[in-house]
Design a protein around this ligand. Sequence first.
Ligand code: FE
Length: 227
Amino acid sequence: MTRRSFLIASVVAAAGVAGRRSSPAHAAEPISLPPLPYATDALEPFISSRTVEFHYGKHQRGYVDTCNRVLEGSDLAGAPLEKVVVASANDPKQTRLFNAAAQAWNHDFYWKCMRPSGGGAPPGVLTEQLQKSFGSADAFRAAFLESATTLFGSGWTWLVFNGDRVEIVNTADAGTPITGNRHPLLTIDVWEHAYYLDYQNRRADYVNAWLDHLVNWDFAAANLGRA
Ligand code: FE
């Protein structure tokens, strides 16, 4: 960076800070697009950087932008995303807001459910829960794969904690367990945009690769600890 461009950048940055300071105190903070927890190529070769760039940079960003457009001037403007999701659920007049807000929340959760060099065996506390509900971690794996591959159309497959035991649930479209009384531990996005560039119509190959190489069991166990 030249000295001149550095100075221009500094002035622009300072103006930005001053601008924020001079905003009215009640100005609502928009919903933000949280950063990815890893680089866009970190999940390769199982999910390509091209998929992540579209999925995060276009789809998730689109949900966040729509959410902010619909929220502008509404009573929910400035509310945390989770509150927007819950408040707009089951209200036919707020379907557009719910779809955008829930998709924004689901996607942020989804990225955290993966990590480079993921997969392997779940931590002990989670293995105990999987054994209690499914008989074994392998039986859970088979049930999760079946659920994710047979979900018709677009949606999400989740591992949730219902207060007593873990279970697998599917939600259609933007559906999310945070509108009910189940605590999400893990999710896989099975909208075609999540895998089509890499796997085309072979959703089972995507789910298998996800379970074997990407799933972030530590994140799921941490969620169970907070449930
Ligand atoms: Fe998605």
